[in-house]
Every structure is written in structure tokens, then in C-alpha cells.
Design a binder for this molecule. Structure first.
Ligand SMILES: [Zn+2]
Length: 235
């Protein structure tokens, strides 16, 4: 079970922002009993599906229960049968809450000096686990395959498009270059921002390729592009 920890509300907010970003819907807390990790967005969806009222009669919203209750309490864990694991009818989570018989384990000091109990923030930032778009994966995969020749891959860009120019698999190490595929420029930008690929050096004349494609025109200049984690690939 998670350890007791005492922190101010301001510290909690700062830490949540640091881990998950500014949007509280992305903040995630972990139930100390069943281990379920739920975000504000999970609670918003669960409450839309299973609306509840607060004690004062107002509708319960995500911020009323995020970090206070396991999401199972909203999803039917309090509705029997008693299964011994506190799950009841909930499809995830359990009936645990931070204000119950065993409180916390975090203790939050509010600005007015009162304290309230809460669940611990979850460890992993879900944003980092976001899967890459298929096009970004395809770009990385193409670079992986074509950089095995020991010659650099090139990219030529327009405002909207990025043409990947790679060593042809014909004629070994001295073979020609060819246009492998045209990606959206945003796909290239996304791969760069994600730290997967890097563009190297200045815009210079790229190795010639055949065909009538815009990327085949020698006036359109290009740059070397490489996988970010690999160095010294280009000889
Ligand atoms: Zn739980």
C-alpha cells in the first residue's frame, strides 16, 4: 500500500502539472487498494454514464471525486453482491475511498489549514504512453530499414509534404537513390518533436533521383534525415 505523505494543496497541484500537464482531466491518481489508475477524464466519462448527486444535492463532477475515491464507487462497486474484493458491479476499480476507515494515504493541507485525505498521484504520465500515429511509425520504420546501407537518407520538403529519399536497395553501397514515399509535413514534424528523428545540416542539393515527381527536381533542395538515437550512421 502507498506510503503516507503530507503536502500542501499547492504542492499537489504543482506535482500533478509536472507529471500530467495543465489540464486536470489528464491528472491521474491511483487507488491504494486495487491499484486502478484513473484520470479526471475517466471520472468525467464514468459520471456521464452513472450520474450521482453530492450530499448538498448538486450533481457530482469529476473534480469532486478525482483523487478522493476509486472510480469503482461511481461504476457500481457499492451495489452488491459483496464479492469480498469490493468490486461489486463495477467493471473496474473498487469501493475504496480516501476518507474512509483507513484514510489517505496522502494528507493534503488546504490553504485555510484544514487537511483532507487523498489518493497518491499515479506514477506514469499517460501522455508518454500515447501510441504514435501509424504514419509516424511508418516513417521511423522506413528510416530504420534504409539506414542499414551506411548511406544517409534525405528529405525534401514543401509546406505540406515531406518526400523521403533513400538509398536504393539495388547495386549495393554505390547504388542510386530513390523516392521511397511522400509523407505529410506534419508527420515529419511530429516525429522530430517526439525525438525520434533528426534533420541534419543545411538545405543542400540532395542525391539525384529519377522520375517526374516534384521531389526529383534538382532545384528542390534537401536535408539529411536520421534516426535520433543513432549517430555516425552517415559516412
Ligand atoms: Zn480501487
Amino acid at each position: 500500500m502507498a506510503e503516507h505523505r503530507k503536502l500542501t494543496q499547492a504542492e499537489l497541484v504543482a506535482e500533478a502539472r509536472d507529471r500530467f500537464g495543465d489540464d486536470p482531466l489528464d491528472w491521474a491518481f491511483q487507488c491504494p487498494r486495487c491499484g486502478d489508475v484513473a484520470t479526471g477524464r475517466d471520472f468525467r466519462d464514468a459520471l456521464a454514464e452513472h450520474p450521482r448527486k453530492n450530499r448538498d444535492g448538486s450533481d457530482t463532477i469529476a473534480s469532486d471525486v478525482l483523487g478522493q475515491e476509486c472510480i469503482g464507487r461511481t461504476l457500481g462497486a457499492l451495489k452488491g453482491p459483496n464479492t469480498g474484493d469490493g468490486k461489486g458491479q463495477a467493471k473496474r476499480g473498487c469501493d475504496w475511498c480516501a476518507y474512509g476507515f483507513i484514510p489517505g494515504p496522502w494528507e493534503i493541507v488546504l490553504p485555510d489549514g484544514r487537511t483532507m485525505n487523498g489518493f497518491p498521484l499515479a506514477d506514469a504520465a499517460p501522455a508518454e504512453a500515447k501510441p504514435l500515429r501509424p504514419a509516424v511509425r511508418a516513417l521511423v520504420k522506413a528510416l530504420k530499414l534504409r539506414s542499414t546501407y551506411g548511406r544517409p537518407c534525405w528529405v525534401k520538403c514543401t509546406q505540406a509534404w515531406a518526400a523521403l529519399i533513400v538509398p536504393s536497395l539495388r547495386n549495393g553501397a554505390d547504388g542510386p537513390y530513390e523516392l521511397l514515399r511522400t509523407f505529410r509535413r506534419s508527420t515529419l514534424d511530429e516525429a522530430i518533436v517526439a525525438g525520434l528523428v533528426v534533420e541534419c545540416g543545411d538545405l543542400v542539393p540532395a542525391p539525384p533521383i529519377g522520375g517526374r515527381h516534384w521531389a526529383a527536381q534538382p532545384e528542390v533542395r534537401g536535408r539529411i534525415i536520421a534516426l535520433a538515437q543513432k549517430n555516425g550512421d552517415s559516412k
